[in-house]
Write a protein that binds this ligand. Structure first.
Ligand SMILES: [Fe+2]
Length: 90
């Protein structure tokens, strides 16, 4: 059963960003499946570690694209990212 479905409206048209978003969704889907299948020790720690690292990689990549494009919403978007970064708080 798929819980998280990609919405084509989320596509940015930037291949790197869209690929990362799809990969994030797939990894969260794997995490949900592992929780439902009670793989507490053999899969969940690795998935959480991957997601923590990959989310930061993605946020950095996305902010770089926004900065390069002089995206006017960069500060607001980065603030949302910062709220989600481990160890960061607003
Ligand atoms: Fe993103």
């Amino acid at each position: 059963m798929t819980v998280l479905n990609w919405n084509p409206a989320w596509d940015t048209g930037i291949e790197a960003i869209d690929g990362q978003h799809r990969n994030l969704l797939a990894q969260f889907e794997s995490l949900i499946a592992a929780i439902h299948q009670n793989h507490l020790h053999d899969q969940i720690p690795g998935l959480l570690t991957f997601l923590s690292d990959y989310v930061e990689f993605h946020f950095t990549t996305e902010e770089g694209y926004m900065q390069a494009a002089q995206f006017p919403g960069l500060a607001g978007h980065k603030a949302r990212h910062d709220e989600l970064r481990p160890g960061w708080s607003s």
